[in-house]
Design a protein around this ligand. Structure first.
Ligand code: ACO
Length: 361
């Protein structure tokens, strides 16, 4: 039995399709290339939610409603931010989200869309000894997230972050989306399902990888020899962060989208030199992995250039998974609704391989 459920089809979905052999991602009939950099995150939320909420307005009204939800979440949770702040930033945001109502209405969904985008900058500011900045309901989601973090949002960085949120909004039945669907199948509320997704996303084999990518880049820079560092890492049983994928046997298409965004942010500045270094590390990693793991095609995944993009946008590496969650929450909610509509509990079987009790005569 495959203990990772490889190749098991556990849901029919209209939301997204990951073509691992061809390296294509389709989101509700649109290729990633059509959406990334062209559609705003709020429009993609509309695309994903369409048909799953009776009361869904048009996409510009929905973006305004997301803005209002940011304000509502801030006002609701501001009084307890000080209590959350001592936790690590991921746990703090998860704990804040756990306090939101476990409902099923569009308003509940929009609060969940808003929550990671509002809580992450607010808690980062508190951690730096600065006062959290309230959301601006009239701003677009990515700009407001950056402004709440640093006080300003350059159009270039806002566009980069928006493209990132769109790029990671949904991705087939990945571990966190599966977790949300399992909880959704019990008919628990949206918040419960999203908390399950957050739990699964955190791990370094899934959405927890981009922070460690930065640690790897820094360690390789300090070592001065990328190939030797990478070979040692594999020899001691470590994994090269930002490489490999369960479904993709070719390069993850999201890696190229995000790399292009990082390139647009600058060629002559710090981001440009960081990108040039990362590209050298990427090539060294692909070469080392080809030799060390010849039985498997291990290619660059989304997390490698996620790390560079979020670093350039001003997020500390500890908060990268929070920003991932701010995008993926859109897909989680849509999958939750899609799963609930089937009306069937997800309940697989296990095979008992433990000791058998003595039969009492
Ligand atoms: N570095 C070194 N070896 C790797 C890597 C890697 N990044 N990825 C897979 N392998 C090796 C394994 O060590 C194993 O080798 P072995 O057969 O000699 O024991 C072989 O490839 C198969 O490993 P599995 O865990 O079965 O492969 P799977 O496709 O299920 O793994 C995963 C996918 C978990 C993402 C893996 O590639 C990995 O750990 N990558 C590093 C962490 C990472 O980047 N995570 C983010 C993924 S993208 C996302 O979730 C958003």
């Amino acid at each position: 039995m495959a203990n990772g459920l490889d190749d098991v089809v556990a849901a029919d979905t209209v939301l997204s399709d990951v073509d691992g052999a061809g390296g294509h991602l389709t989101i509700r009939g649109h290729s990633l290339a059509e959406l990334a950099g062209r559609w705003r995150f709020g429009q993609v939320v509309h695309l994903l939610f369409d048909g799953f909420f009776d009361e869904l307005p048009g996409d510009s009204e929905l973006e305004q409603a997301i803005g209002k939800a940011r304000v509502e979440v801030f006002e609701r949770l501001q009084p307890i931010l000080g209590q959350l702040a001592p936790l690590d930033i991921y746990s703090a945001v998860r704990a804040g989200i756990a306090l939101l109502p476990d409902g099923e209405a569009l308003a509940d969904a929009l609060r969940l869309i808003a929550a990671p985008a509002v809580l992450t900058p607010a808690l980062l500011r508190l951690g730096r000894g600065e006062k959290p900045l309230p959301p601006d309901a009239s701003a677009d989601h990515a700009s407001d997230m950056l402004r709440m973090l640093g006080g300003t949002a350059s159009p270039a960085l806002a566009k980069a972050l928006d493209t990132y949120l769109v790029t990671v909004c949904d991705h087939g039945l990945n571990a966190s989306t599966f977790a949300t669907r399992v909880v959704a199948s019990t008919q628990a509320g949206l918040t419960s399902a999203i908390l399950a997704g957050l739990g699964a996303l955190k791990g370094p084999l899934h959405g927890g990888a981009p922070g460690p990518v930065i640690e790897m880049l820094d360690a390789i820079e300090a070592s001065g020899d990328a190939a030797a560092w990478l070979r040692d890492e594999i020899a001691r049983g470590g994994r090269i962060m930002g490489f490999g994928h369960r479904i993709y046997r070719v390069r993850d298409p999201r890696a190229d989208v995000l790399k292009a965004v990082v390139r647009q942010l600058g060629s002559s500045n710090q981001t440009g030199s960081r990108l040039a270094f990362a590209e050298r590390v990427e090539q060294a990693a692909l070469d080392v992995l080809r030799v060390a793991k010849p039985q498997r095609s291990i290619q660059t995944n989304v997390e490698f250039y996620t790390a560079l993009l979020l670093e350039a946008a001003g997020f500390p590496k500890e908060a990268f998974s929070n920003v991932f969650a701010a995008g993926r929450v859109a897909g989680w909610i849509a999958h939750t609704r899609e799963q609930q509509a089937t009306g069937r509990l997800i309940r697989p079987q296990s095979r008992y391989v433990g000791p058998v009790p003595d039969l009492v005569a």
